[in-house]
Write a protein that binds this ligand. Structure first.
Ligand code: AMP
Length: 278
């Protein structure tokens, strides 16, 4: 079966097959991380739909919406390669008519950590994801652990709004030297790329410790050593479900998450840790 490119709801309805559907939402500029999500999706449903949509709603005016990489032809090739049935690539005008009124609010959880640096970002993410869910009507949707707070917020939306969709988180794909794959990595000069390695190195240093204060301190010392060329937005150790900071006595899974700018490129990364009783 050749890949179908659907531009709107009518195309999507026509493209719909018989069996179950897995959705992989993306903003395009597909890399090996996205491809791993697609492969995960293929194990979970009869038909995989990949959406490609650079969502204006999740960028603030001072962010990189207009220079976000767009590589549509290569993306279609990657989707063909991975056995995707349908690429859904709507236009912004179709998704957001000028008279639209109603959108999703991400609540308090949308205002902390990443949401504190990017006000309105998670409202934009949840609004587009809910629309994509309604348009594609998947049985399951796959999201990367790379965007850990996004994954947590989507799980929250599915729970709070009773959406009948299974949410699957997939592990972060990295370069051999630890750098998490990101569509934005292409903006890094060779020199900046070396500095950017401090993010994953900091997470590894944190992961080698076992109590919250030491985890944070070990990670911070790696990040400090890369300053001022690496400008830290945050380093947090949080509950994976709520993204609130964990206390010193916390036990169980926690996410050590970091965000920083290297030159003009903003990067995020995280690792999931298990804090065990001493
Ligand atoms: P985006 O890069 O924003 O288009 O992300 C589309 C999906 O790919 C999201 O669910 C991301 O979390 C996921 N993703 C991005 N980078 C990676 C990576 N390095 N490994 C695994 N998933 C990723």
């Amino acid at each position: 079966m050749d890949l179908i490119v659907a531009r709107n709801r009518i195309d999507l309805v026509k493209a719909r097959g018989q069996g179950s559907v897995a959705l992989v939402p993306t903003m395009g500029a597909l890399h090996e991380g996205h491809r791993s999500l697609i492969r995960e999706a293929r194990t979970r449903a009869d038909q995989v739909v990949v959406s490609i949509f650079v969502n204006p709603l999740q960028f603030s005016p001072n962010e990189d919406f207009s220079r976000y990489p767009r590589t549509f032809d290569a993306d279609l090739e990657a989707c063909r390669d991975e056995g995707v049935a349908v690429v859904f690539a709507p236009t912004a005008d179709d998704m957001y008519p000028l008279d639209r009124q109603v959108s999703v609010q991400s609540g308090e959880m949308g205002t902390i950590v990443e949401g504190a640096i990017r006000p309105g970002h998670f409202d934009g993410v949840l609004t587009v994801v809910l629309k994509l869910f309604n348009l594609v009507q998947p049985d399951v949707a796959i999201f990367g652990q790379k965007d850990a707070q996004q994954l947590a917020m989507i799980r929250r939306m599915v729970a709070d709004l009773d959406l009948p969709i299974d949410i699957v988180g997939a592990p972060t794909v990295r370069e051999p030297d630890g750098l998490a794959l990101s569509s934005r990595n292409r903006y890094l000069s060779a020199d900046e790329r070396q500095i950017a390695l401090a993010l994953s190195a900091a997470l590894r240093a944190g992961a080698a410790e076992s109590v919250p204060s030491k985890i944070r301190a070990a990670a911070l010392s790696v990040l400090d050593a890369a300053a001022p060329r690496l400008a830290l937005d945050y380093l947090v150790l949080v509950d994976p479900a709520t993204f609130s900071e964990v206390y010193e006595s916390y036990r169980g899974e926690a996410v050590l998450a970091v965000a920083a700018k290297v030159g003009t490129t903003r990067l995020i990364d995280n690792v999931v840790l298990t804090l065990r009783p001493a």
